[in-house]
Design a protein around this ligand. Structure first.
Ligand code: NAG
Ligand code: NAG
Ligand code: NAG
Length: 732
């Protein structure tokens, strides 16, 4: 199904001068660049889900929630999340442009939504209007009586990303509409400072497209919220303090500044995130309290005089006994807020209302879809609806197919195409037509067009690499990931074209210690790998064909961890990751060394205490691709599905240490990139088989249920199961 972008959009686009064409695939553009190689990386779970934004009416306060009342607002295309219902005053300017004022407003009025959508790997902010019939069902199924009614959905991307390439490949987040201004997070401006997030708040005037940065340079802001009057914006931020490397609970503070120009910036709350305004002087936010429960708190700002931390009164709102986070308010509503929760009784995240008068939770989504995670609630301005996003599953051959390779945009001067791969440790055969990878404790091979998918090794393994000379030979480390030096992990070779189970696998190491991350020399004669042989994980070289039996040479030696070596295409260098400057603290820098053990030098350091890992040479040997926390985190991790290392992004660097370039912008753990010597056409590749979907976890740190604190009592209501709007497309 094509997105329904009908009727008003062309008229509107002329008025707003917002080109809709940036919603088209980036494929055409990529062909104009001289790509002669490709970079492919893994993203934990990222290709396992699509999101859509759903909404449920709040009249169920006296009436239980039901499937029949839940509606899907977004269009079932790509990943749609972090919605916002614009207020009547702020959306009226959009509406007046959309509709001829002399024509009566549609009745009932459309549902209006602002949200983030990642389409073809490009993140943008969209505005949708969806029209409903009198029963509250979307109009798609209704006989069309006039041209007006054919428009069941008006959809426009709100930012013109064509103009600014950097903006096109950056992340967008947490949009809201304040009058004519769209306020949101973007990561497109790089401060050049190591381990400094580029997430910052911007405002774009929709009529002119003029964009203004509201966050001071050198500072990162997350989770903006605009006050009911539009005058103030609150954000979560480290301020000038900077990031300390934490990725479970961010120790952000809450700042407030003028939405108009970012002036008057003042810290109002120490330790808090995800602010939202109850009224002009009341902020709700979440924090992990001293009793270790995530809870909602309220900050009351002084109505007169200067604001400072001392002048702000803070009260806890939600009780211990469950985690409550990502609050949402609607202006003028002092009766209840919406929150996401994790209760000790479920591993799923749900949306609940919290009654501010009775201090009672009222469960919503658990009563409808108990085994689905629901994220980041938002209330309509009149408090009659709550919105949230959750996973939608695409069916093969229909919209949102499950992808093996997702093409991502690159800058015009890039000589590679860029892909996210649905599996761990992808590597490509020398001819570039086959991929080896690891998934769920087995090694697989699949053609680059998704054909011939098959398991070639069963058993725990991590990392894959192809022999550059001998056809069909893949090396891997067979054993458990992250195991100690003395745990047996072996380098094995797999002849993927050999169907004989007896001869296909060859064990190359014999020392019974932890041997991993093999990388063959370009002539296919040697393998460099890391081994825990001496009690420390250092680098060794052995024969690729005879293995350790053919002789073992130690390349590095020290009481630290040298790992993930990669041999350069000209054979002159080995690049690897090491914590030698700070052993045991999980700080990793990249180093270069000649295979004969001379020439050791540092290539890359991700600031102080940082991580740079999984280096891989470009085919011309002049650059290295790697993963790093060099750009910090881009959003509050609690607002997203689980990512152990949400700061993981893909970068390239020149061999002389210059020109660090960031390739990915998102909230996922991106890593284990491989630089393929062949150009892979810049288009998505779908799996040819059905794959499980929506298979991801809630953030691991919410699994901690502290013993102290009284269990909160939730009001449980029965769920009637009548399907009133049976034609709704709904998939979990
Ligand atoms: C708006 O309404 C006026 C008056 O009815 C009409 O002349 C005009 O064509 C309409 N414009 C559009 C774009 O529909
Ligand atoms: C080590 O290898 C490098 C690169 O191949 C070479 O330039 C250097 O001369 C070698 N040094 C020794 C001592 O063999
Ligand atoms: C791509 O080819 C050009 C021209 O031959 C070369 O300069 C460039 O280094 C190559 N890029 C890579 C990544 O190998």
């Amino acid at each position: 199904m094509k997105p329904i972008i009908l009727l008003f959009c062309c008229f509107l686009l002329r008025l707003l001068e917002i080109p809709i064409s940036n919603a088209t695939p980036n494929n055409e553009e990529s062909t104009t660049t001289t790509t002669n190689s490709s970079i492919v990386f893994q993203s934990i779970d990222r290709l396992d889900y699509f999101f859509d934004i759903f909404s449920h009416p709040i009249s169920w306060i006296n009436q239980p929630p039901s499937n029949a009342q839940e509606i899907k607002i977004t269009d079932g295309q790509w990943v749609n999340y972090n919605g916002h219902f614009p207020s009547p005053s702020s959306s009226s300017s959009l509406l007046s442009l959309l509709h001829n004022q002399t024509v009566d407003r549609p009745d009932p009025p459309p549902l209006q939504l602002i949200y983030v959508s990642e389409r073809n790997g490009v993140s943008n902010i969209y505005y949708d209007e969806v029209y409903y019939d009198q029963t509250g069902c979307p109009r798609s199924n209704i006989r069309k009586r006039s041209a007006f009614e054919t428009s069941v959905r008006v959809q426009i991307p709100l930012l013109d990303l064509k103009e600014n390439t950097q903006s096109r490949i950056s992340m967008k987040d947490r949009p809201s509409l304040a009058g004519d201004y769209l306020v949101y997070v973007s990561t497109h401006e790089d401060s050049g400072i190591a381990r400094t997030s580029t997430a910052a708040v911007y405002s774009t005037e929709l009529k002119s497209g003029l964009t203004r940065r509201l966050t001071p340079y050198g500072i990162a802001d997350f989770s903006p919220s605009v006050s009911p009057s539009g005058k103030w914006t609150a954000v979560a931020s480290y301020g000038a303090r900077g990031w300390d490397g934490e990725a479970a609970e961010l120790s952000t503070d809450i700042y407030v500044f003028s939405t108009r120009d970012g002036t008057g910036r003042v810290k109002v709350v120490e330790h808090g995130g995800w602010p939202c305004w109850g009224d002009e002087t009341t902020l709700y936010f979440h924090r992990k309290g001293e009793d270790e429960w995530w809870s909602i708190y309220r900050a009351i700002l002084p109505t007169h005089g200067p604001i400072s931390i001392e002048s702000v009164l803070i009260e806890r709102v939600t009780p211990p006994g469950l985690h409550a986070f990502t609050p949402s308010t609607s202006p003028g509503n002092n009766n209840f807020i919406a929150v996401a929760t994790r209760r000790p009784t479920t591993k799923f995240r749900h949306i609940e209302l919290f009654d501010l008068e009775t201090n009672e939770f009222k469960e919503l989504t658990r009563l409808i879809s108990p085994e689905t995670h629901h994220f980041n609630p938002f209330l309509s301005p009149d408090s009659t609806r709550v919105g949230y996003h959750k996973c939608r599953w695409g069916v093969r051959g229909r919209e949102s197919p499950k992808l093996l390779l997702q093409n991502l945009p690159t800058t015009p001067d890039s000589d590679f195409s860029l892909f996210r791969f649905d599996g761990e440790f992808p590597s490509f055969s020398p001819t570039g037509d086959r991929i080896a990878y690891v998934s769920y404790d087995a090694v697989y091979v699949v053609d680059v067009d998704a054909r011939n998918h098959r398991q070639v090794y069963g058993g725990p393994a991590f990392f894959t690499v192809w022999d550059p000379v001998r056809k069909g030979i893949v090396y891997t480390s067979a054993g458990l990931h992250f195991a100690a030096e003395g745990t047996e992990v072996d380098i094995i070779s797999i002849n993927v074209d050999d169907d004989d189970d007896e001869t296909r696998i060859k064990k190359l190491t014999t020392n019974s210690k932890n041997n991993a991350f093999p990388s063959p020399s370009p002539d296919g004669r040697w393998i460099v790998f890391r081994s825990g042989l001496s009690g420390y994980k250092d680098l060794y070289i052995m024969s690729a064909e005879d293995g350790e039996k053919g002789g073992l040479r130690r390349l590095t030696d020290g009481p630290w961890l040298d790992t993930m070596p990669n041999w350069s295409p000209d054979g002159e260098w080995i690049v690897f990751a090491s914590d030698r400057e700070n052993p045991g603290v999980a700080n990793f820098e990249l180093y270069l060394i000649h295979p004969n053990g001379t020439g050791l030098r540092k290539l890359m350091q991700s600031g102080s205490g940082g991580k740079a890992n999984h280096p891989w040479f470009s085919p011309d040997g002049k650059r290295v691709v790697f993963s790093s926390d060099y750009k910090g985190i881009s959003a509050e991790p609690i607002s997203n599905p689980n990512q152990n290392l949400p700061y993981g992004e893909i970068f390239t660097i020149n061999l002389d240490g210059s020109d660090i370039r960031r390739l990915t912008h998102n909230v996922n753990e991106d890593g284990a990139a491989t630089w393929v010597p062949k150009h892979i056409k810049a288009v998505d590749v779908e799996w040819l088989e059905d794959r499980p979907g929506c298979d991801f976890l809630d953030v691991y740190f919410l699994d901690d249920m502290p013993s102290h604190g009284v269990g909160a009592k939730a009001k449980v209501v029965n769920v009637p199961n009548k399907a009133r709007c049976a034609h709704f497309s709904r998939s979990n």
